[in-house]
Design a protein around this ligand. Sequence first.
Ligand code: ITT
Ligand code: NA
Length: 185
Amino acid sequence: MRIRVATSNLHKLAEISQILKPFGIEVERLDAEKVEVQHDDVAVVAEKAAEPLCARYGDYVVVEDTGLYIESLGGFPGPYAEYVYRTIGLAGVLKLLEGVVNRAAVFKCAAAICVGGGVKVFIGETRGRIAHTPRGTGGFGYDPIFIPEGEERTYAELGAEVKNAISHRAKAFKAMALWLVNTFK
Ligand code: ITT
Ligand code: NA
């Protein structure tokens, strides 16, 4: 089985490939424009972006949207994580959290797949906290400042193998893989 992921983020694509490999699912990139709806919930963003792609490209097309929700900032940046990363960056986020004791945050990943003319959405969440300084060289995006629950090191320090075992993305895509394998076996 093969899925086609409509993403411009090659880090994301590589992680999804690694997560799905043990399930015998191959991953390919689909070069397609996505509609970006503004919504607090990444599940809605992913679903709405998938719908027109399903109509156009058919089954097994996937859209993945990820948000980072920082508790003491009222869920900021949430679904605007990409914009915030490009503008104020990690330094800007750390600045907003200067002197803030509650550093709890959650990464939420929504993976929407086209099947049988409809869209099915799978969610994965990983709770954690925001580090005081960026640490580590692995991964991408917010990985140097996100410490997953039960760990002392950031995603970027933990590296691909550990991240892909415990991440928000791993949980969403494992749920998708189990569903695909059970439905289309
Ligand atoms: P596509 O929409 O083309 O798939 P994107 O990079 O814009 O790619 P998202 O909107 O889902 O993807 O990502 C929002 C932001 O969150 C973006 O700045 C990413 O770098 C960051 N991000 C996503 N997943 C992440 C992860 O696993 N670890 C760290 N940062 C992540
Ligand atoms: Na995006």
